[in-house]
Design a protein around this ligand. Structure first.
Ligand SMILES: NC(=O)c1ccc[n+]([C@@H]2O[C@H](COP(=O)([O-])OP(=O)(O)OC[C@H]3O[C@@H](n4cnc5c(N)ncnc54)[C@H](OP(=O)(O)O)[C@@H]3O)[C@@H](O)[C@H]2O)c1
Length: 248
């Protein structure tokens, strides 16, 4: 079977890292991306040690033009290996927030650039080629804050709510050409990024029926399913992976 290539943004840490490791374990060639070359290199080493193929490509997705450049470099890597860029996981994001009145314009712009504009231009630069080949899969990583009012997370939640709308829009736009697009909305998950929440993470988790904090691998497993062929009839969905938080 042909080896697929996946680009996972923000795969130097947390959920993105777990997704890169899982996809590689499943036989996918992986582009690991982020700003931190040291952490990225460690993920690549871990994949290679397990017999997989991976490459780190640095990108600061808060910067103008970075998404287009990352898309071009990731495609180049895939093609040099004899493949094509078949899978995109838009995972990199920042959760900066606070009360509305105190939110500086620079923070607002950085959150929107990283969480919304970068995924938009990655899809704009990668999905047409997937469509021309007749297939591809994209997962956008969302959050519960995209559908609930969580204190201090308005801008972050708004960026992800817009991303969830794009999931549906892209599913409609690229579906006829065989490209599937879904969102995965994780509940509280123990990652370097969520460490700052301290005990708040556990308290948030306890509001859901299952009541425990997820491991990054719990989220990565669902992302890996959605980008795989077994999910060939699933597109345009926002799938909550939150221990049942959406039912209470
Ligand atoms: N953890 C949770 O409880 C939780 C819950 C709901 C949703 N989520 C979502 O899950 C995703 C991953 O979160 P996480 O908890 O795994 O976070 P994390 O451990 O902080 O990892 C975030 C990743 O994003 C990358 N990143 C951040 N800013 C970037 C930028 N400007 N350019 C390029 N890469 C950038 C980081 O890489 P570098 O540092 O190398 O740049 C890192 O790899 C996010 O979309 C988040 O919104 C998480």
């Amino acid at each position: 079977m042909r080896t697929k290539t996946a680009l996972v943004t923000g795969s130097t840490s947390g959920i993105g890292r777990a997704t890169a490791l899982k996809l590689a374990q499943d036989g996918t060639r992986v582009v690991v991306s982020g700003r931190d070359a040291r952490r990225g290199g460690e993920v690549v080493e871990q994949i290679r040690a397990g017999g997989g193929t991976a490459q780190f490509i640095d990108a600061d997705l808060s910067e103008a033009g970075a998404a287009a450049e990352l898309a071009a470099r990731a495609t180049e890597f895939a093609e040099a290996a004899g493949g094509s860029l078949d899978i995109l996981v838009n995972n990199a994001a920042i959760g900066a927030g606070g009360p509305t009145a105190g939110t500086e314009e620079s923070i607002f712009d950085r959150v929107l650039s990283t969480n919304l504009k970068a995924p938009f231009y990655l899809v704009a630069n990668l999905a047409p080629a997937m469509a021309a080949r007749g297939g591809g899969a994209i997962v956008n990583v969302s959050t519960l804050a995209a559908e609930r009012a969580l204190p201090g997370l308005g801008v972050y939640g708004a960026s992800k709510a817009a991303l969830d709308l794009l999931t549906k829009s892209w599913a409609a736009e690229f579906g006829p050409a065989g490209v599937r697009v879904n969102s995965v909305s994780p509940g509280p998950t123990r990652t370097p990024g969520s460490e700052a929440l301290g005990d708040g993470l556990r308290q948030l988790a306890e509001q859901a029926p299952l009541g425990f904090v997820a491991d990054p691998g719990d989220i990565a497993a669902v992302i890996a399913f959605l980008v795989g062929d077994e999910a060939r009839f699933v597109t345009g969905e926002v799938i909550s992976v939150s221990g049942g938080r959406t039912v209470v």
